[in-house]
Design a protein around this ligand. Structure first.
Ligand code: TZP
Ligand code: ICP
Ligand code: MG
Length: 219
């Protein structure tokens, strides 16, 4: 059933996003380690030139979903709505260039719907289309996604909060344990990261540090 706004807010605290293309080690081990470090939400984002496709992608998605189910960490699928429905994921994340949000909402029912937004108009549209949360960024420079919008810090989130827009928002882009607190101080409910965890010597330790940084602001 539908997550409440406050439940969604807390799920965004330490949001790990990963595909096999982001890992040097076995993605299943990286995910398990990150979960032990305390991630609150996981997104399967198998995308880009090294990404798996077809049956291999579906198989990996199912394996990572099983791991998340075991530890009761909700599982979000990026872009691929059909895959999300096929494996009964907990939700989807779409960008401005994906399937229109109204259509996606019809397909997924009460599953979590996350939408990327980079300016006020896109945020307001996403809210009107029934997004459960917004992903904004890139907050800091990142190598992970080649075609990002301009680096924006937390300017947009600060502006939205000043206007009393309270939808759950997660920051993304170049976030590390060192800068994570500033993202939450800027008004985000949490941080979403790829490389800081997926390429870490200890994904567990990085997840733990990220979560501690976010919680250090929450009090
Ligand atoms: C998917 C995405 N959207 C904006 S930046 C980004 C990549 C974030 O990756 P990293 O956490 O490694 O900077
Ligand atoms: C582009 C993205 C922005 N935000 C989030 C949470 N996930 C994404 N894939
Ligand atoms: Mg997309």
């Amino acid at each position: 059933m539908k997550v409440s706004t406050e439940e969604m807010r807390s799920l965004l605290k330490t949001y790990f996003i990963m595909g096999s293309q982001n890992c040097d080690e076995d993605p299943r081990e990286v995910l398990k380690d990150a979960i032990h470090g305390g991630i609150t939400l996981f997104q399967f984002r198998e995308k880009g030139d090294q990404a798996l496709v077809g049956e291999e992608k579906i198989r990996l998605a199912k394996e990572l979903l099983e791991i998340c189910k075991h530890y009761q960490v909700p599982f979000i699928v990026n872009d691929d709505i059909d895959l999300a429905l096929k494996i009964n994921a907990d939700g989807v994340h779409i960008g401005q260039d994906d399937e229109p949000a109204e259509q996606v909402r019809k397909k997924i029912g009460d599953k979590i719907l996350g939408i990327s937004a980079h300016n006020q108009e896109e945020v307001e549209a996403a809210i009107n289309q029934g997004a459960d949360y917004i992903g904004t960024g890139p907050v800091f420079p990142t190598e992970t996604k080649k075609d990002t919008e301009a680096v924006q810090g937390t300017i947009l989130v600060q502006e939205l909060r000043k206007q009393g827009i309270s939808i759950p928002i997660v920051g993304i882009g170049g976030i590390t344990p060192e800068n994570a607190a500033s993202v939450v101080k800027g008004g985000a409910d949490g941080v979403s990261v790829i490389t800081a965890i997926s390429k870490a010597k200890s994904p567990k330790e990085q997840a733990r540090l990220l979560k501690a940084a976010v919680d250090s602001v929450m009090q």
